[in-house]
Design a protein around this ligand. Structure first.
Ligand SMILES: NC(=O)c1ccc[n+]([C@@H]2O[C@H](COP(=O)([O-])OP(=O)(O)OC[C@H]3O[C@@H](n4cnc5c(N)ncnc54)[C@H](O)[C@@H]3O)[C@@H](O)[C@H]2O)c1
Ligand SMILES: Cc1c(CN(C)C(=O)CCc2cnc3c(c2)CCC(=O)N3)oc2ccccc12
Length: 265
């Protein structure tokens, strides 16, 4: 669209796995408002899923990026530098912890999984910001995705909660460092959504139901709603905002107690 909120803006979106990904919801929203987008994928298995999505969005495919391998981060940012020269925004929608440790007790977390979860779910934002800074020659906006489990105990979220708490703190430190270059860094704390990263989690249906009964809006959120809120942070509407964690969770984070009228689930 000619008059879109994101007209003339170009950005890199990391974390699209399929059409249920939160990153895909954000990509769709950006495209609908006139942005040009570039996607990365993690491994050949996802390449086949991401390429048609990129084509549908008229986007670039920058190639494989596994944030545990810095050379692949360099590679995708080299491609976007060669194609576009500069970028205006980056979306980081990446997280991983060993599924076995997203069950049972947090206290049993292994040092290996702790490090790996922190590297992928937290440090990767810093690594990406290092590359993005060089290309955001006219300033820019970086967003990441976090979850309420960073703030309060959530059943089974375990090491991911600690990683998200660190991610949210890193948003504040990145915002402080990059503000003088007019590069803003913010996080969206999304409510539970049935995505690939959510599948295979025990009790996920229970968590979704619990949100439907107890969140102020009495429903869960969608990737489209997260995408629309992301437009605020990725566009000039939020030019005065950085270092923020913004909840898109039907208001769940304000609730202190189960709704007594909610049926037992
Ligand atoms: N689904 C939810 O309920 C929910 C709620 C709040 C926040 N989030 C966050 O949203 C973000 C996106 O997750 P999603 O729910 O869209 O699920 P998803 O599975 O669609 O996306 C997760 C992405 O992380 C990528 N990834 C994992 N390890 C990687 C690595 N080593 N290198 C590069 N990419 C890697 C995967 O390839 C995938 O594209 C995550 O940060 C997640 O923590 C999800
Ligand atoms: C909500 C919610 C989520 C969704 N969410 C907010 C997330 O951040 C997903 C994080 C995640 C990270 N790593 C993995 C997986 C999910 C499952 C598949 C896998 O092998 N590793 O995950 C939970 C795990 C336990 C409890 C609640 C949740």
């Amino acid at each position: 669209t000619a008059s879109g909120l994101m007209q003339g803006k170009r950005g890199v979106i990391l974390g699209v796995a399929n059409n249920r990904s939160i990153a895909y919801g954000i990509a769709k929203a950006c495209r609908a408002q006139g942005a040009e987008i570039a996607l990365t994928y993690q491994g050949d298995a996802l390449k086949k899923r991401v390429e048609p999505l990129a084509a549908e969005l008229g986007g670039l495919v920058l190639g494989h990026c596994d944030v545990t391998d810095g050379a692949t981060i360099d590679a995708v940012f080299d491609v976007v530098k060669e194609k576009w020269g500069k970028i205006d925004f980056v979306v980081h929608a990446i997280a991983f912890a060993d599924k076995d440790e997203l069950d049972g007790r947090y206290v049993d977390t292994s040092p290996e999984n702790f490090s790996k979860s922190m590297l992928i779910s937290c440090y990767s934002l810093t690594a990406i910001a290092q590359r993005a800074e060089k290309l955001m020659t006219d300033g820019g906006s970086i967003i990441t995705l976090t979850y309420y489990g960073a703030e309060k105990w959530m059943p089974h979220y375990n090491v991911m909660g600690v990683a998200k708490a660190a991610l949210e703190a890193s948003v504040r430190y990145l915002a402080a460092d990059l503000g003088e270059k007019n590069i803003r860094v913010n996080a969206i704390s999304a409510g539970p959504i049935k995505t690939l990263a959510a599948s295979g989690i025990g009790d996920f249906r229970y968590i979704l139901k619990w949100n439907e009964y107890n969140a102020p809006l009495r429903r869960t959120v969608t990737i489209e709603e997260v995408g629309d809120s992301a437009l605020y942070f990725l566009s000039d509407l939020s030019r005065g905002v950085t270092g923020e964690v913004h909840h898109v969770d039907s208001g769940y984070h304000v609730v202190g107690m189960k709704n007594p009228d909610a049926p037992d689930i």
